[in-house]
Design a protein around this ligand. Sequence first.
Ligand code: BGC
Length: 352
Amino acid sequence: MFHLTSNSVHFGNDSAPNSQSSSPFYQQLYKKTDVALFSQKSRDEDGSAPIEQKIDPEPKKKRQLCSLVSPKLIGWTNISAEAILKEKDDVVERTMAESGVKPGGKYQTKECQSRSKIAIVVPLRNRTEHLQVFLRYMHPFLQRQQLDYAIIVAEQTEGSLFNRGALMNVGFKEAQLLDNFQCFFFHDVDNLPENDGNPYSCPEDGKPRHMTFSLSRWNNYKPFPGWYFGGVTALTANDFRKINGFSNVYWGWGGEDDDLLRRIRFHKMTPTRAMDGYPSLIEMARYKTLTHKKAEPSPIRHKLLREGTKRLKSDGLKDLTYKKLALELKPLYTKVLVELQQPANRKAPGQH
Ligand code: BGC
């Protein structure tokens, strides 16, 4: 398995909150937090068909379902972007490949049949270093949770304002062409989960999960109020389709995440958070935010948000258009490079 050198990631911080993954309490926590794996109508408990029969109608080899809580969890990591970046590309790529990462950043758990098959969609432009840190950190993190996954990076060319929502939709559509994912983690590149007990398993249908509510850059991890839905969010593929994905009309910084939350509420879904019901374990949901220059907020985002429900049915996955310039299976991720056409009437005041 891939290990970063000990000076870049330190495991098992003594002062950290509970990370005893095998304790019955911890297992309870997982069950309670609608953690994906566990949430598919209690497969284990009611004796219904194991998940491999539901994902893959013709499994090559019947494997045992992974345990409810991965035995490979190690708890806290001290993330040092600097140290992670010191690793040489070829060394990283080789060790990752040895750990089982396939071209395109795909991975299948070896020891058992994973309970979740997830796609991580990362919207990107001009953030090469952050992407490098993200990939080098997230692969081992996801593997320790015994997930089947792929990392898909949707990258926007220059020439238009950044459109995070549309890029998420692009990632979703392109991922569907690659494989059959149960759920999607829409993931900013600069947010890194600090404890691998923070579940990246699929949420239940109807219960999209907001992951990034406790951030190093925000009030020393003080949990955000419930209106915030940015950073990292997890939805089942079904739910994402039902809400017609993200809106495509938010060009520039802000608003698309608020709009997503409104879509979720409009469809009577319940937004959830990891560790819901376990306030004493809330620290496990902490994220480290990599620093970058803050973008200029879009001045029209509030207006767009107010009119959001009028557009719901058409604006999103249904009317998404993009020009696909490249699809590359890189050693650690799938890259989809797209050009997005920003309509003249969506330009912010002063933008040409
Ligand atoms: C923006 C959101 C952003 C939030 C927190 C809001 O004003 O519209 O996109 O996530 O602030 O920064």
